[in-house]
Design a protein around this ligand. Structure first.
Ligand code: BO1
Ligand code: ZN
Length: 270
C-alpha cells in the first residue's frame, strides 16, 4: 500500500486498488461552486477557539507523498467552535499539497479555480480514544484547509522550508527549532469558510473527514514554493512515460476533484 502516488501508473485513477473507499460517494477534494453553497447561520454564530501549543511541533518529514509536520506524543494542541461547536478536535499533523507551476497544486477548487498549494491541518475528534480509533468513524476527523497563493514570504513556513535541503528524499526527517506557532498558519479571517463531509484525499481515502476550507488564502514566496518543488518523491511514485521529464520531483501531489453528488457545502457567511 506504499506504492500509490501521483504518476501515470500509480496515480488517483488507480487508487481504488489500494483503497476501496475511493469508490464511495463522499470523496475529497471537490470544486466549491460558491453560488450553490448553503449559508448556515449557526456557523456564523460559532466562533473558532484555537488552543495551539508551540512546543507541540517536533519534526518535519518527507514521506514521499508530501512534507509533513509531526507533533510530539504529549501534544495537546486543539480547537473547538466553528463547525465543531462545543466539541474539541486534537491536532495530529499538518502537511501540504502543491504544484509544479504557479496556479496549480491545490486539491480543492473554488468555481473551477486552483491555487498554487494547499495546507491541511489534520485534527481528530477528542470523543474517541485515539487518532486511529477516530479514523474508523464518520465524524472522526476535521481537516482545516488553507489555500496558498504566491506572494509575500511566510515567516513561520520559512522555519520549515529552511530545513528542506536536509529532507530532500523520502523518509528524511529534521527536528524543528523550538517555538513553531501553528496559529500563524491560519489566515487573518477565520470567520469565513466553507465546510462539507468528505474523505482523506489519499489512500486509504476513508470517508471520515469534515473539511473546513478558509476563504482567505495565505501566502508564501516564490523562493518558498521552489523549496517545496525541490523535494523528491520515491522513484516508484513517479513512473511516467518519460521518467526524465520529472526527475522524481515531489510536485503535483494533489488529487483531482471528485463528484459532489448530493452533498451540500455549507458557508459560514452570506
Ligand atoms: S488529507 O488531509 O485528507 N490529505 C489526509 C490524507 C491521509 C491521511 C491523513 C490526512 N492519512 C492518515 C493515515 C494514517 C496516519 C495519519 C497521520 O494520516 O491513514 O495511517 O497515521 O499522519
Ligand atoms: Zn492533505
Amino acid at each position: 500500500s506504499n506504492h500509490w502516488g501521483y504518476g501515470k501508473k500509480n496515480g488517483p485513477s488507480r487508487w481504488t486498488k489500494y483503497a476501496p473507499a475511493a469508490k464511495g460517494k463522499r470523496q475529497s477534494p471537490v470544486n466549491i461552486i460558491t453560488k450553490k453553497c448553503s449559508y448556515d447561520p449557526r456557523l456564523n454564530n460559532s466562533i473558532f477557539t484555537f488552543d495551539y501549543t508551540s512546543s507541540d511541533a517536533v519534526a518535519v518529514f518527507n514521506n514521499g507523498h508530501s512534507v509533513q509536520v509531526e507533533l510530539s506524543e504529549s501534544a495537546t494542541s486543539s480547537f473547538s467552535g466553528g463547525p465543531a461547536e462545543d466539541r474539541t478536535y486534537n491536532l495530529k499533523q499538518f502537511h501540504f499539497h502543491w504544484g509544479s507551476k504557479d496556479g496549480v497544486g491545490s486539491e480543492h477548487k473554488v468555481n473551477g479555480k486552483s491555487y498554487s498549494a494547499e495546507l491541511h491541518l489534520v485534527h481528530w475528534n477528542s470523543k474517541y480514544d485515539s487518532f486511529e480509533d477516530a479514523l474508523q468513524e464518520e465524524d472522526g476527523l476535521m481537516v482545516l484547509t488553507m489555500f496558498i497563493n504566491i506572494g509575500d514570504e511566510h515567516e513561520e513556513i520559512s522555519k520549515l522550508t529552511n530545513l528542506f535541503e536536509n529532507i530532500t528524499f523520502p523518509d528524511d526527517k529534521e527536528i524543528l527549532p523550538d517555538g513553531f506557532d501553528f496559529n500563524k498558519l491560519l489566515p487573518e479571517n477565520t470567520d469565513e469558510y466553507w465546510t462539507y463531509k468528505g474523505s482523506l484525499t489519499t489512500p486509504p481515502c476513508l470517508e471520515v473527514v469534515q473539511f473546513v476550507i478558509f476563504k482567505e488564502p495565505i501566502e508564501i514566496s516564490s523562493d518558498q514554493i521552489e523549496a517545496f518543488r525541490s523535494l523528491k518523491s520515491s522513484p516508484a511514485n513517479r513512473e511516467t512515460d518519460d521518467p526524465s521529464s520529472n526527475d522524481n520531483k515531489l510536485v503535483d501531489n494533489y488529487r483531482p476533484v471528485m463528484p459532489l453528488g448530493n452533498r451540500v457545502i455549507y458557508a459560514s457567511f452570506q
